[in-house]
Design a protein around this ligand. Structure first.
Ligand code: NDP
Ligand code: MG
Length: 407
């Protein structure tokens, strides 16, 4: 047992199968749970070979036991020690990787894994995602913040290493399906992402000023982690997603649009120059895009939920998004037009503001205010194209520091 590697024993199935072998970073979260449901429903096609979480070691231990996962990482050192001392079966065989980003990097590059699903909230998954690409893995990417922070570097690396990047975010997975996995070419006029409108879809500006974290966490259609649920309430999630779409599919800012669609059944629409539109529809459950991303290009029966029942489908409603009540969307568009490092600053300031809102240290309208002020304070830096990944990371840290001063 080395200092950063410890071996326990838990039997795990032979790796010499043709099943796709998945490393799941962020296994204890909302995307993690849905991924486990998909893997459990497709035992002949999918195998879980590695899991990572931040600190929820008890939940992770349950997953390791149920799925007999041979490789484990916990970011938090104390949680890792607790996990280590509780592993029950002395005959089992588990490799517990190093704490911190080092453990995530080893899982991302595991020779036993074919696909790495990154579902770590925020930007901690950036280096592991890059490591997976460099190791030639298929990257199934849920963590949109990674692309908003450093999209140029992630996309360049994927091209350079000829690695497949499959979006897991439902709207982008929908676009990926409509484009049949190809980048957007001259035939694509516009990509439209749908927005449920979040918890405050029908709230007035006056009422929004009084919104509490508990109000924001009541999402009408989706059950997700707290950060992204608040992002849905401010529409920052749609802002981040427009940026994500621009990066993933190589679009110009004016080719990326959002429309309000309260039912969350159509996830995205791709409009072509001849006026034809393709849309992707499925029930509002992340198991659908996750299953698609893990099995692509194969398709298999939806093992976890029923498909849409057109006999019961009454109406699909679309309306424009109100950017006055939800300035985070207008701010995202502004960063897309500015280009350079503006999206990274938007993302960093948003993360700081959302964390403060969740801790009751900032009122709801303070989120866009903080982001707007941070973008203004760093306007010169925002306009500059980042030369290296280190430049982006330094700016990310600076934007977080500046955002704190506006809380
Ligand atoms: P959750 O808050 O539910 O879960 C976050 C997960 O990340 C947990 O497993 C957590 O572990 C883990 N984690 C956090 N920090 C680290 C770290 N440093 N190292 C290892 N693991 C870490 O988030 P969601 O599942 O909702 O979202 C995950 C990502 O997917 C986000 O980027 C989000 O934007 C994106 N996404 C989510 C959707 C959804 O439906 N939830 C839809 C589309 C995109 P622990 O439990 O130990 O803290
Ligand atoms: Mg989404």
């Amino acid at each position: 047992m080395s200092s950063d590697h410890s071996s326990f024993s838990i039997p795990h199935s032979s790796l010499a199968t043709r099943r796709r072998r998945v490393a799941l970073l962020g296994a204890t979260g909302s995307i993690g749970e849905n991924t486990l449901r998909v893997i459990a429903a497709h035992p002949d096609q999918l195998e879980l070979v590695a899991v990572a979480a931040h600190s929820n070691w008890e939940k992770l231990a349950g997953i390791v036991e149920k799925f007999r996962v041979p490789h484990v990482a916990l970011f938090d050192e104390k949680a890792r020690s607790a996990f280590q001392s509780k592993i029950p079966n002395p005959k089992s065989k588990i490799t517990l990787h190093a704490p911190g980003v080092e453990g995530l990097l080893s899982l991302a590059q595991l020779p036993e894994a074919d696909t790495v699903l990154v579902a770590v909230v925020g930007t901690q998954g950036l280096h592991p995602a890059l490591a997976a690409i460099e190791a030639g893995k298929t990257l199934a990417l849920a963590s949109k913040e990674i692309l908003v922070l450093a999209g140029k570097f992630v996309m360049d690396a994927a091209r350079h290493h000829n690695a497949q990047l499959i979006p897991v975010d439902s709207e982008h997975n929908a676009v990926f399906q409509c484009l049949a996995g190809r980048p957007a070419d001259a035939a694509v006029r516009r990509v439209t992402l749908t927005a449920s409108g979040g918890a405050f879809r029908d709230w007035s500006a006056e009422r929004l000023a009084t919104a509490t974290p508990a109000d924001a966490l009541r999402h009408p259609n989706w059950a997700m982690g707290p950060k992204i649920t608040v992002d849905c309430a401010t529409l920052a999630n749609k802002g981040l997603e427009l940026i994500e779409a621009q990066i993933l599919f190589g679009l110009r800012p004016e080719q990326c649009a959002a429309v309000l669609h309260p039912q969350s059944i159509v996830h995205a629409l791709v409009e072509f120059t001849d006026g034809a539109m393709l849309a992707q529809l499925c029930p509002p459950s992340m198991t659908f895009p996750i299953q698609h991303a893990l099995l692509h290009p194969a398709r298999s029966a939806a093992g976890t939920e029923g498909a849409l029942d057109l006999d019961r489908l009454l109406a699909l409603e679309f309306r424009p998004v109100d950017e006055t009540r939800f300035p985070m969307l207008a701010l995202a568009r502004q960063t897309m037009r500015t280009g350079g490092s503006a999206p990274a600053i938007y993302n960093a300031a948003n993360e700081i503001a959302v964390a403060a809102f969740l801790e009751n240290k900032l009122p709801f309208p303070g989120i866009p205010r903080t982001v707007e002020k941070t973008l203004a304070a760093l306007a010169a830096e925002a306009a500059r194209d980042p030369a290296t990944l280190d430049t982006v990371l330094a700016l990310d840290a600076e934007a977080r520091r500046v955002a704190e001063t506006f809380l």
